[in-house]
Every structure is written in C-alpha cells, then in structure tokens.
Write a protein that binds this ligand. Structure first.
Ligand SMILES: Cc1cc2nc3c(=O)[nH]c(=O)nc-3n(C[C@H](O)[C@H](O)[C@H](O)COP(=O)(O)OP(=O)(O)OC[C@H]3O[C@@H](n4cnc5c(N)ncnc54)[C@H](O)[C@@H]3O)c2cc1C
Length: 485
C-alpha cells in the first residue's frame, strides 16, 4: 500500500504537503512523490483517469475507444516490454457473432455484436497484411460441407475470416499502436497489487525492472488475458470483486499431413465442427486451425500448453487444429481453473517439462509413442513430420477418461466427414487448455460489483479470441466514459 505525504507540481517542481485524499482527480496535472516516514525520496506516482492492465486486443481497443471519446490521462500497463498480448500470434479473425464471444456474458444482442464486430473489422482490414481467407457469401461448398457434417450429427460453422500470420505480428501491433495518440504505455511493468483508497481512487502497485512503482487512477480496466487470469483472480478477490467459474475447454491439438484437410481449409480457413458426444452428452469442437502451420508452445509459470499458428510467407507440409472438450464442474468442486492447472501440471511432469505427443497409430494400439519409433517408415509415420519437439508418450495418462472418450468419439466422426484425419502418422499433442473460465460478474458496461473496476478480454471470461477481446474492450471503454466522465 502506498502512503503519500507530499505532492510535487510536475511543472514547477514546487513541493507542498497535502492529504492525498482531498486531491481532485479531475485536475490530474501533477505527479505525486512518495516519501516513506521522512526518508529520502523513493519514487514518483502518476495519476490517471483510466489505467488499463494488459496491452492485448482488449486493452488496445479499450484505449482507442477512450481516446475517441475524448478522454486523456490513459495508460496501459503490461509486464512485457512490447505492447502486444496475444496479437503476436497468428492473427486469424472470425467475424461472426457465433464465434469467440458469448452474447449473454456481454449482455448484447446479435445486432449489437455484429455492429461492434464491424468496428473491429474496419480497423483490421485496413492493415495491408491482413487478408481475407474465408468468403462465405453464396458459397455452395460451405453449404455442402454443412450437409455432410449434419449427416454425422455434427454442426458446421464457417465465419467470414481474415488472417495476417505470426510473421506480421509486430507490424500489426505497430499499426494498432499508431492509432493511440494520448495513451501512455507503461511497459515491462508487472502489476502486483491494486488497493482501493478511501477517496475511491485505486493505487496500482507494480514492479518495473525490480523496482517498485505505484500509480493512482480513478478507474481500472483489467484485461490481463489468459496468462494473467490466475493472478488477477487473486487480486480481485482481495478487492471483493465477485466471480464464478464457467466451463473450461480441455483437449488436444492434432497435427496431420495437410493433404488430408486441404479440401476443407481451401474453402474455410478455420472450419468449426461442433459435436455432441453420444456417450457423455458433452460438447467437443474444432478450434484454431492453421493450414500449413506449426504447433507452438504457450508458456505459463508452472507448465506449458500446446497451441498453433501459421506464417503468412512460409508454409509447412502440415495442418494443425485444436479439438477441445467443454467441461462443466458443479458440486463439490467448481473451480475449473484449478482443474485445468492440475491437468496441465500433470502433463508437465509426465513430459519432463514439455507437452506430450502421441501418434494416432500408437494411440489406436493403446501404447505410448517413443523416440525410437517416432518416425518409423514401416508404420508410415514419416507422412507427418512434427513441427514441434514434444515428448513422445501417452496422452491418456494425463487426460481424464471422460475427455479421452469424448475426443476419440468426435475424431472418429470427423474422420468420416474429412477422410484421412486419423491416418496413423497424425500427431496428438496435449495438453491444449483454454483458460477463459473465470467469469467476473458485471453489468452491461463490464463494470464489476466494485465501483471503478472494469474487466475485458479472455482472462476475465468476456471473450475467446482477438475479435471478442476487442469488442469487450470497446464495451468497457464506453461504460467507463458514460459512468465516470
Ligand atoms: C499461439 C497462439 C495462437 C493464437 N491464435 C489466435 C488466432 O489466430 N485468432 C484469435 O482470435 N486468437 C488467437 N489466440 C488467442 C488470442 O491471442 C487471445 O484470444 C487474445 O490475445 C486475448 O486478448 P486479451 O486482450 O484478452 O489478452 P492478451 O492478448 O493475452 O493480453 C493480456 C496482456 O496482459 C498482460 N498482463 C497479464 N498480467 C499482467 C500483470 N500482472 N501486469 C501487467 N501486465 C499483465 C500480459 O502480459 C498480456 O500482454 C492465440 C493464442 C496463442 C497463444
């Protein structure tokens, strides 16, 4: 907690004593110096109208919106030295209200969702490297694929899609950053705690190059992404911000020779097949397809997850996509984040610090994959060369039986819709887990039960992807402006 005894006028550097509680936050043209009981000067504290935690799409679009509304003294804090969040990854954009957002969670209807999506779309389509990859209007092949999927009890969704590729990640971030004229970027700065003061301002303590810094703000917008979700949950609990647990998506990433999936991905870049399993009645879906892409690892503090991306310029011989099972937990344990962490840590141990990979050929025979036979020509494993060096092993050791049942049942159906998916060489990587399960209870402005604390993006359960994160950022920014300025 910061204790303040002295304020320094930023222009004249004239020092005068105040009780911090009486400072009018509408006149924030000063810096506050933090003295600790008569000791020498420790540090400055800047005061902001709105402080955004996280420079991913939720944070960036929120800042852009606040600027457009005329607000100044805005800052984005990010623990990384480059303002990007998940924007550096792949960049497939889905413009369809059925993908990446939950209308109930955002308390908007379809028309509002499409309008907000159009605002995001207008920003991205003017980025020259962003190319349209799925055209849905009057597309007979999409209709035909939908019918085949229906025959196998699956739903097929083909949204309008655009893509820029990981190799254009920095360019897209620079492009977005150029839209910001008044927002300060406080980078390489990790927020450690948020404390509410009696005068309804927040003191946000951070660590910057191992030094402690502290900022004051009227409003906090937390958009910490999936990697910051666990951290923010603890901070929010201390502030008495209410949350509950939604379902969590747990599954695997498939990597296969792209010739088996090209017939579909040439038409729909990132096809969405949704299954309801017969055995358990659970929902399984395909997600994040990367034709000609690579399997990637997502680093967390105590474990690693698999993910995937594609470059725009250089393509591999493979295609990868996620197959994930939506898991709901009720009594007596509903903490889906903890459940996901347990699975992820188990894989981390079993794989010796790396994700596990198993060939479909080995999986079918109920045996683990091993380094000695991993590329066996006699078993036709050479047809799919792994793009990520995971530990050959057995994915059934780390995933609960119900999830394995659901994934395998869905894969067999998918193999009927798109024959060849289950070639023995196909690789099954685990774990793929999506941590957007902690849901903060908010009003239509995305303000929590604690006044002045707003949330947006994947880490707070408000989105599942770049477009959705951007939409939630815009909604929160409009809410902030409407209520506080
Ligand atoms: C490999 C990969 C590929 C992906 N491909 C796609 C894709 O093609 N299309 C798509 O729509 N989505 C994709 N995603 C998901 C996408 O990245 C996220 O949905 C999106 O970035 C979420 O946006 P966000 O603003 O909520 O959070 P993020 O983009 O995750 O941003 C959150 C930011 O908060 C910062 N932060 C967290 N905690 C703190 C703290 N304590 N202090 C300071 N800063 C903090 C983080 O450093 C981070 O920069 C991909 C993700 C990965 C990992």
């Amino acid at each position: 907690m910061c204790d303040f005894q002295e304020v320094v006028d930023a222009g004249s550097r004239k020092t005068f004593f105040v009780n911090y509680g009486i400072i009018d936050l509408k006149q924030l043209n000063f810096k506050i110096m933090w003295y600790k009981s008569g000791q020498e000067f420790k540090r400055f504290m800047d005061a902001y109208h709105a402080l955004i935690i996280g420079s991913g799409p939720a944070g960036l679009f929120a800042a852009m919106q606040l600027e457009r509304l005329g607000l100044d003294r805005i800052a984005i804090i990010d623990r990384h030295p480059y303002p990007a969040g998940g924007l550096l990854n792949d960049g497939k954009l889905n413009f369809d209200y059925r993908v990446g957002i939950d209308l109930d969670e955002l308390q908007i209807d379809r028309d509002s969702a499409q309008r907000l999506m159009e605002e995001i779309r207008q920003v991205f389509i003017h980025f020259p490297k962003c190319k349209q990859v799925t055209f849905v209007d009057k597309n007979k092949t999409i209709e035909a694929l939908g019918n085949i999927a229906k025959e196998h009890d699956a739903q097929f969704i083909a949204p309008e899609q655009w893509h820029w590729g990981t190799d254009n990640g920095k360019a897209v971030v620079d492009y977005l950053r150029n839209h910001l004229k008044k927002t300060e970027l406080l980078l390489g700065t990790a927020v450690t705690s948020i404390v509410k003061h009696d005068d309804n301002t927040y003191h946000v303590s951070c660590s910057h190059h191992r030094k402690k810094v502290c900022y004051a703000t009227k409003v906090v917008l937390a958009a910490p992404g999936r990697s910051g979700a666990y951290w923010f949950r603890d901070v929010a609990t201390k502030l008495h911000v209410r949350h509950n647990f939604g379902p969590i998506d747990v599954g695997i990433r498939l990597e296969l020779n792209r010739k088996y999936y090209d017939a579909v991905t040439d038409i729909v870049y990132d096809p969405k097949f949704i299954f309801r399993t017969a055995r358990h009645g659970d929902r399984v879906r395909t997600f994040c397809t990367n034709p000609g892409g690579r399997v990637r690892v997502e680093n967390y503090d105590n474990f690693k997850l698999v993910n995937g991306d594609a470059l725009s310029g250089r393509k591999t011989e493979n295609t990868n996509f996620a197959l994930i099972n939506t898991i709901f937990l009720t009594e007596p344990f509903s903490d889906t984040t903890e459940f996901g962490h347990m699975i992820a840590k188990q894989f981390f141990l079993l794989g010796g610090g790396r994700p596990i990979v198993q060939r479909v050929g080995d999986f079918r025979e109920g045996r683990r994959s091993s380094s000695s036979t991993f590329n066996s020509a006699t078993r036709h494993f050479g047809l799919c060369k792994a793009t990520y060096h995971a530990t050959p092993g057995d994915i059934t050791l780390g995933l609960p039986a119900r999830i394995i049942d659901n994934l395998w049942e869905s894969l067999k159906k998918l193999d009927k819709i798109v024959p060849g998916i289950l070639h023995p060489s196909t690789l099954l990587y685990a774990p793929e887990i999506k941590f957007f399960d902690t849901h903060f209870i908010t009003n239509e402005n995305l303000e929590t039960n604690v006044k002045g604390i707003f949330v947006a993006g994947d880490g707070t359960g408000k989105s599942r992807g770049i477009v959705g994160a951007g939409i939630s950022g815009i909604i929160a920014a409009r809410g902030i402006y409407k209520k506080y300025f």
